[in-house]
Design a protein around this ligand. Structure first.
Ligand SMILES: Nc1ncnc2c1ncn2[C@@H]1O[C@H](COP(=O)(O)OP(=O)(O)OP(=O)(O)O)[C@@H](O)[C@H]1O
Ligand SMILES: [Mg+2]
Length: 282
């Protein structure tokens, strides 16, 4: 069963002079098992949108159902929410316990596991994200580096084994090797746990490789929805919209503007190299 979003609108501070429509009449379906990317420039409504997927905020109008559970109904929301794990944009907001292990164990404990079971689940989740529980378990979350904090926040969510894993800018603020670590961890999670991943990013590069379908938000509206091939065929439009296009897509676009016949499906390094090697010398 999917997540179905129907005509979702979210207005902040309605009726005041600061009224702001952050999500504007968005309809889409996220299918079980898929890797769904959401991109859009700063302030386009990405975080507001995904906070509806676990009922953290309520629609001004429209509806969200998670596996049939209506997220605006209090009782159904509890059931739907148990299926959705949300890793927030700022991991500091998510980490609050005195040790990393306790922090990661918080979720499973809340789901009714005993202290001992919860710590076991926590240690497993830490291993999955590449944080050795022996080394990091007793540290304070605030002693961790940026990348380690993100992994700890991710561990806290996957320890609850959610069906839908929602990640808000999981790569923000990380250096290239940190980004690669997070990507590898998410890919491994999909393989091992088979969960559906919904990943938000303002960088197309991050979603270009992994996502099977991508939604582009612009000023709260659903600007485009499709496969990476369909989305990156609009590279110039996306750049004009203020999005960070993958470097390779920019290069391909620049070459096209110089009259070079680069296919629109070239937007990752791997594809560029493959295409370039296949060129015949003239
Ligand atoms: N709690 C709030 N109260 C009022 N306005 C808000 C609130 N949260 C967000 N907004 C506004 O709603 C719009 C969408 O914000 P949102 O955080 O959803 O965007 P975003 O796409 O996640 O941006 P970013 O890429 O910077 O994370 C922005 O204009 C923002 O200023
Ligand atoms: Mg955001």
């Amino acid at each position: 069963m999917p997540i179905i979003v129907e005509k979702l609108t979210h207005t902040y501070m309605p009726g005041t002079e600061n009224e702001h429509v952050a999500v504007d009449n968005v309809s889409l379906t996220i299918n079980e098992g898929e890797f769904f990317g959401i991109i859009g420039h700063t302030g386009s409504g990405k975080s507001t949108f995904i906070q509806h997927l676990n009922g953290l905020v309520q629609p001004t109008s429209g509806k969200v159902t998670v596996d049939g559970f209506d997220m605006s109904d209090k009782k159904q929301r509890q059931k739907g929410r148990a299926l959705v794990g949300m890793v927030f944009q700022y991991p500091d907001y998510q980490l609050f316990d005195s040790t990393v292990l306790d922090d990661v164990a918080f979720g499973p404990k809340n789901l009714g596991q005993s202290e001992e079971e919860a710590k076991k689940s926590a240690a497993e989740a830490m291993k999955t994200v590449g944080l050795d529980p022996e080394l990091f378990g007793e540290k304070s979350p605030f002693e961790l580096s940026g990348g380690e904090k993100r992994r700890a926040a991710l561990a806290g969510i996957i320890a609850m084994k959610p069906k839908y894993l929602v990640l808000d800018e999981p790569m923000a603020g990380l250096d290239p090797s940190g980004r690669r670590d997070v990507v590898a961890t998410i890919d491994a999670l999909r393989r091992e746990l088979g969960c559906t991943v919904i990943m938000v990013s303002h960088s197309m590069e991050d979603v270009a490789r992994s996502a099977e379908r991508i939604a582009v938000l612009n000023e709260g509206k659903l600007y485009a929805l499709g496969t990476p091939d369909e989305i990156f065929s609009k590279t110039q439009e996306l750049i004009d919209m203020g999005l960070d296009a993958p470097q390779t897509a920019r290069l391909a676009e620049a070459l096209r503007q110089k009259g070079c016949d680069v296919p629109e499906s070239i937007y990752t390094n791997e594809r560029f190299i493959e295409w370039f090697r296949g060129l015949k010398h003239v």
